[in-house]
Design a protein around this ligand. Structure first.
Ligand code: UDP
Ligand code: MG
Length: 254
């Protein structure tokens, strides 16, 4: 009887969601029902790209109900992504910004790094990512903006290792001047203290120097899928969706 309960709750949650899509995800029991994967492990897709490459835009479209800093679970979407909590989306930047807002001992360290366009120590970022993953029943995580440097990769390998399988690195390729234009546009309304010309320059520099070698490392392992993101959002999205759905079909048990 008790073994039937999680399934029944998940089903009820799906129905409730279909009917009242706006219900807060905290009321949806499907969050605590782990989705089964082919190897019984959680999987991740790292979504990388320069600042303003469109990582957050494309991920939130794949996961319209996951906002990157909450439970992240994605229960509705287009083209095949409609199943309950098969995947969840977390943005490392959003997790850090949410932590900065709390009265947390790390808030100052986080703000200093973000506002100067450098990177937050990996122990902090990974800690937030791990708790986000642990609170989700999804089978595949889309992780936007991590790992960004060697320090991040080392922390991931040590703290997570084979516990979560890295399926792919989705790399959004975009010329720097396009990304800069987007950041300047976004800066008018984002309220982000790093969306300024001066900090953006620093972020690009760090991206070239620290993140690109990470992308190259994963490329050598055959994990990188490149998508050009200097195109209309719909076209970028369609291409990304196909890649993610294909991966999901491979990894998630029906
Ligand atoms: N950040 C970090 N480590 C991460 C992700 C983000 O230190 O793994 C910090 C870094 O300072 C970065 C900022 O958070 O510049 C904003 O990251 P976000 O991914 O939100 O920026 P985007 O690339 O989307 O513009
Ligand atoms: Mg972003």
């Amino acid at each position: 009887m008790s073994s039937l309960l999680p399934g029944a709750l998940a089903f009820a949650g799906t129905i409730l969601y279909a009917k009242y899509g706006a219900l807060s995800s905290t009321f949806l029991p499907s969050r605590v029902v782990p989705v089964k994967t082919v190897d019984g492990k959680k999987h991740v897709i790292f979504v990388l790209g320069g600042p303003g490459a469109g990582k957050g835009t494309v991920c939130s479209r794949l996961c319209p109900s996951g906002d990157g800093d909450g439970d992240g679970d994605c229960r509705k979407g287009r083209g095949g992504l409609t199943v309950r909590s098969t995947h969840a989306f977390f943005s490392a930047g959003d997790l850090l910004r949410a932590e900065r807002k709390r009265d947390s001992p790390c808030a100052r360290v986080i703000n200093d790094a973000i506002s100067s366009g450098s990177f937050v120590p990996a122990s902090i970022t990974l800690g937030l990512i791990k708790s986000a993953f642990e609170g989700s029943g999804a089978g595949v995580f889309l992780l936007d903006g991590f790992p960004r440097n060697e320090d991040n990769v080392g922390a991931w390998e040590e703290g997570v290792g084979g516990g979560v399988v890295v399926d792919l690195v989705l790399f959004l390729e975009c010329p720097e001047e396009t990304m800069l234009g987007r950041i300047m546009d976004r800066g008018r309304t984002s309220g982000r203290n790093d969306d300024t010309l001066e900090v953006a320059r620093k972020r690009f520099e760090n991206f070239r120097r620290e993140t690109m070698p990470i992308v190259n490392k994963y490329e050598k392992e055959g994990k990188v899928v490149r998508v050009r993101s200097d195109r209309p959002v719909d076209r970028v999205y369609d291409e990304v969706e196909e890649i993610v759905v294909k991966n999901m079909e491979r990894v998630i048990l029906a």
